[in-house]
Write a protein that binds this ligand. Structure first.
Ligand code: GCW
Length: 737
């Protein structure tokens, strides 16, 4: 017995010293190599070596790996430990030393099964992370009911190491509060992206299904690391070709790869596909031939992709076809798909962003069309509502449909790509925007009826729930067009998993993983991120102003533009600046859009005194001399906000300039250059917009505030014909702003 223990100890010593030698070799070889260029490709999964004393602490817990072997969680742990701890972690069949990481589901891992853990509450995607003793040895358990849950748990453990959290006494159970955490790609089949600022589409359709780029795997890893479990591959402005067999094969190849990472694919069906592909005369959702066509198509899709997620549909909006073309309702259209998808557990996500034909105040249209349909949608339909009633503006009040359709599960749609927020070069952290929306209390069922509680299904007891983000991912090496835009992808995923998380905590963990754990870096840069969205609101659309962007591409200011054929599509419609004042009266004396909110909220927004100043001109038309809470006149405050926005960006530049010692040259320089562009453009926004408003207000600039550098005419003459993100603009049959 004694002999046996001795030889065991000796073997362990040899193993340890071999591991030590291996670790040294790894460290030395990495020190000898030129530093790996930090081009942003690795996102927040960089796994750079941990420094002392954390390195020693973490090495203690990651000596051997016990789990299924060929799964995504295991590969990620191996890859990460090699980077973080500079050790090749040993695979073992069973726990035989301290520092075991035991992972898997009760089905995939005998070791997990033998622990008889109660995993009931974790659902499909949740995980348990716990320090325990297994066979007398200290171990970390990563357990879930499905591989996806285990993978999320593995990423959670790796995050703790990346952000230097102690693992002693670890005991964490987490399950997502939202069922579908979905990225919506507005990617066209020709490789362009509607509102994309990070290059071409990552889907290389022409080479699929034969060639599967490494990028697809890394995309899926990134999604899984933040809990995203659904991806809509194609633009909501849909193309029937997506549903042809050639493309279904391409989609199936992606679906197969993504399956390993718990990521399901969805596509956007074009409502008139039965006409365009099937040669039918109609696409009427109640027509039996149309239903039969869709039935056969859906069956075909599931033959290619057995776990296909379902459809995301934009109908009767901005020129897209839909059921109303046949005098049917949105519910008729959605239910047709829903019934055919239901046998396969597929879902329909039907968008409430309807815009085009409506006369009157545009922000009222979605509510008017959808609220009366509450209760008519079948069980596997979610109605997807943008965060605000207009269109992803720098700031909007919450969409009044939240709280107004209690019988329908509502999904929240936010934009991650920054169509209206300066594209890829402006540093605007959107975690704070998402949080503002999620925390907003609609008071639909009294206090506590937050958007978060509505969309996670808890307020009304819905089974299905979803949150979608319009993706900012493209083929650029850094994925999102800029390093800081990666934070918006990250924040979206984290909040979709748990909408109660704080935007600050999320930014903090993202910064630690992406750049550095050094507090001298974290404190100022975190503050910079947290203030960045308010800065953009200030230099673009402060005090509830909205949609002042140039037409079409939405790049830069255009408050004066009246290029679109309908007044409703032009900025002057929204700001209503005139000799008597500025702002849109949405109270009873105006469009009465306030009436779409719950009573207490409608009351708050109706009374100018109780309307938050951040929404002031969204709801009220006020004289230029109206006094704000500060005591300053409205005109003066407008000038001050625009100026404050520019000053804030100058401050961001100064903050970043101090970070050279903490960031590699490549990423440091890119961020610096982009901030310089942002400052110029913030100044352009301020000067151009104020030059225009002053031509109407006829008020002087308050003392100490510089007038615009150029004349209004000069700003009006600026034209940017090829601004990105607007493919097919001139060719599109529908011309919106
Ligand atoms: O934000 C607007 C965009 C359109 C987009 C539309 C939508 C996909 O300007 O490009 O189209 O919203 O959400 O459907």
């Amino acid at each position: 017995m004694q002999q046996c223990q001795d030889s065991h100890r000796a073997a362990r010593r040899t193993r340890l010293s071999l591991r030590y030698v291996f670790a040294c070799v790894l460290l030395l070889s990495s020190a000898a190599l030129p530093t790996h260029a930090e081009d942003g490709y690795e996102l927040w999964l960089r796994y750079r070596p941990v420094d002392s004393p954390w390195l020693e602490r973490y090495r203690e817990v990651a000596r051997e790996l016990i789990g299924p072997g060929s799964d995504a969680a295991g590969s990620e742990l191996e890859r990460a430990f090699k980077g973080l701890l500079a050790v090749e972690v040993r695979r073992a069949a069973a726990v035989d030393e301290d520092g075991a990481i035991v992972y898997g589901t009760p089905e995939s891992s005998a070791a997990i099964a033998s622990l008889k853990l109660d995993l009931h509450a974790l659902g499909h995607d949740g995980f348990l992370l716990r320090q325990a003793r297994v066979k007398g040895h200290s171990a970390i358990i990563i357990a879930g009911n499905a591989d996806a849950g285990v993978l999320h748990g593995a990423f959670a453990l790796l995050k703790m190491m990346q952000i230097r959290r102690p693992l002693e006494g670890l005991n964490l159970a987490s399950r997502p509060r939202i069922e579908l955490r979905m990225l919506d790609h507005w990617d066209n089949l020709d490789g362009t992206i509607e509102r994309g600022y990070a290059g071409a589409s990552i889907w290389d359709w022409q080479k699929l299904p034969g060639y599967l780029s490494q990028r697809y795997t890394d995309y899926a890893r990134a999604c899984a690391s933040i809990g995203i479990n659904a991806t809509v591959l194609t633009n909501v402005n849909a193309d029937s070709v997506t549903l042809t067999p050639a493309y279904l094969k391409k989609i199936a190849a992606l679906a197969q790869l993504f399956r390993r990472y718990g990521l399901k694919v969805y596509v956007t069906p074009r409502f008139t596909a039965p006409i365009e592909l099937g040669g039918l005369k109609s696409a009427d959702p109640l027509d039996p031939d149309v239903k039969r066509w869709w039935h056969d198509k859906i069956e075909e899709i599931y033959r290619y992709i057995p776990d296909f997620g379902g459809f995301l549909v934009k109908a009767n909006s901005e020129g897209q076809p839909g059921p109303q073309d046949y005098h049917r309702t949105h519910a008729d259209g959605a239910n047709m798909f829903a019934d055919l998808l239901a046998p396969h557990s597929g879902m329909v996500i039907w968008r409430a962003f309807v815009y085009g034909s409506h006369e009157g105040d545009r922000v009222k249209q979605a509510y008017e069309e959808f609220a009366p349909l509450d209760g008519q949608f079948h069980d596997n339909v979610l109605v997807q509502v943008k965060n605000g009633p207009l269109d992803f503006q720098p700031r909007e009040p919450v969409h009044p449909l939240f709280g107004a359709m209690p019988k329908t599960p509502l999904a929240l749609e936010v934009q991650i790509t920054k169509e209206y927020l300066g594209f890829a070069t402006h540093l605007v952290y959107l975690g704070t925007l998402y949080q503002e929306v999620l925390h907003f209390d609609t008071q639909a069922r009294g206090a506590g009826s937050t958007v978060a509680n509505i969309i996670d299904g808890s307020l009304e007891g819905h089974v299905h729930s979803a949150m979608a983000g319009v993706s900012n991912v493209g083929a650029d090496r850094n994925w999102t067009g800029s390093i800081f835009d990666q934070a918006n992808w990250y924040a979206f995923g984290r909040l979709a998993w748990d909408p109660t998380l704080s935007a600050r905590d999320i930014a903090d963990e993202w910064l630690r993983m992406t750049f550095s754990n050094d507090p001298r870096f974290l404190t100022p840069v975190l503050a910079m991120m947290m203030g960045s969205r308010e800065a953009a609101v200030d230099y673009m659309t402060p005090l509830g102003l909205t949609h002042l962007m140039a037409a079409g591409h939405h790049y830069g200011p255009g408050a004066w533009q009246e290029l679109a054929s309908r007044a409703q599509w032009n900025p002057p419609y929204y700001h209503r600046a005139a000799a008597d004042g500025i702002g849109f009266d949405r109270t009873q004396s105006g469009s009465d859009a306030v009436a779409q909110y719950s009573k207490p909220i409608a009351g708050e927004f109706t009374d100018v005194a109780s309307t938050p100043e951040s929404y002031l001109l969204w709801f009220h038309h006020l004289p230029w001399d109206y006094r704000l809470k500060s005591g300053d006149s409205l005109w003066d405050e407008i000038v001050m906000h625009y100026t404050r926005g520019v000053v804030a960006v100058q401050g961001m530049r100064a903050t970043w300039a101090e970070q050279r010692d903490f960031v590699d040259a490549e990423r440091f320089d890119e961020v610096s250059a982009f901030l310089a562009i942002q400052e110029q453009e913030a100044q352009w926004w301020r000067d151009a917009t104020l030059a225009y408003f002053q031509s109407i207000s006829k008020r002087p600039f308050p003392r100490g505030y510089a007038p615009p550098a150029q004349s209004l005419k000069d700003y009006e003459a600026i034209n940017v014909p090829y601004a990105p993100g607007n493919p097919g603009w001139t060719a599109a049959p529908f011309k919106h702003q």
